[in-house]
Write a protein that binds this ligand. Sequence first.
Ligand SMILES: Cc1cc2nc3c(=O)[nH]c(=O)nc-3n(C[C@H](O)[C@H](O)[C@H](O)COP(=O)(O)OP(=O)(O)OC[C@H]3O[C@@H](n4cnc5c(N)ncnc54)[C@H](O)[C@@H]3O)c2cc1C
Length: 282
Amino acid sequence: MDAFDFIVIGAGSAGCVLAERLSAGGRHRVLVLEAGGSDRSFWVQMPIGYGKLFYDARRNWRFTAQADAGLNGRASYWPRGKIVGGSSSINAMVYCRGLPGDFEDWRALGNPGWGWSDVRPCFEAIERNVLEDGRVAGSGPLWVFDVSGQTHPLCRHFFAAARELGLPAAEDFNGPSPEGVGLYRITTKGGRRWSAADAFLRPALRRPNLKLEIGISTALHVFFPGFITGKSRLAVSCKAGGCGSACSLAANGEALQQFSIEPHVQLLSPAHPFQIILILPL
Ligand SMILES: Cc1cc2nc3c(=O)[nH]c(=O)nc-3n(C[C@H](O)[C@H](O)[C@H](O)COP(=O)(O)OP(=O)(O)OC[C@H]3O[C@@H](n4cnc5c(N)ncnc54)[C@H](O)[C@@H]3O)c2cc1C
C-alpha cells in the first residue's frame, strides 16, 4: 500500500475514530500519521498511571500557555497526549457525554447536526456500558464502566455530607438528571484504560487499507515530495488536537501553497471558540 486517499494527522481521540470510519468498507486507503510513539506501556494501561503521564515528556506535549491577565498573570500548564490514542491515552478516563441542553444550544447557534437528537444515537452506537451489577448494556466498541460498587468509604462519607447540605445526588451524569454530586463512569475494560486507540484504531488496523505510522510529525513529512506517490486525489484531515492542529496547519502553510493544495477548514460557529477546563487546587 503506497498511495492513499486520506491522510489523518494525529492518532488521538478524533483521529482514531476518523481512521476507523474512513477505512470501513474497504474502498479508501487511509494513512494515519502520529507524532508520538506506541501506547503499549504499563503506565498507559493502568488507570493509576494517569498521575505519572501528566508530566511525562515522552508521551505528553506538556504545553505552557502564555501568561494570562485573567489568571492574575499566571501561565497555565496544558498537558496533551503525544502518543497513539492521543490525550485519550493519558487522560483521567471520565466518561461524560455532555449536557443535552448544551448540544441544543450549539445547534440553535447555527451548527446543523450538533443537536441532542442528532448526537444521542452516535453516543448510543459507540458505548458498551458495564453496569454496577455487572450487566452489560450496548454493544459499541467503547467500554464505559460504572465504578459505584468499588468506592473508598471516604467517598461515601463525602456524598453523605453533600446530601446533608441539600445537594442532589446524581446517579448517572449521562442520564436524565445529571445535576448534583456523584461518581463519574470511566472508560476502562477489565480494570485497564480503554482509550480511543483501543476502541477504534486497533481493531480497524486489521484492515489492509489502513496504515499507522508513528513518530512522524507532519510539519516535517506530510508534504515531503515523494512521500505520497501515485495519488489521484488526496484528502488530508488534521486531527492533531486543539493545540496540535493549529500548529500543524501553520507550519505546513507554505508547503500547502507549493503543492497548490486548497485548505478547507471546518470550524464550529465563531460564537463558540476554543474552550478549556481549568482545574484549580483548593
Ligand atoms: C491530562 C488530561 C486529562 C483529561 N481528562 C479527561 C477526562 O477525564 N474525560 C474527558 O472526557 N476528557 C478528558 N481530557 C480531554 C480529552 O482527552 C481530549 O479532549 C481529547 O482526547 C482530545 O481529542 P483530540 O482528538 O482533539 O486530540 P488528542 O487526543 O490530543 O490527539 C491529537 C493527536 O495528534 C498528535 N499530533 C499533534 N501534532 C501532530 C503533528 N504535527 N503530526 C502528527 N501528529 C500530531 C498528538 O500527538 C496526538 O496524538 C483530558 C485531557 C488531558 C490532557
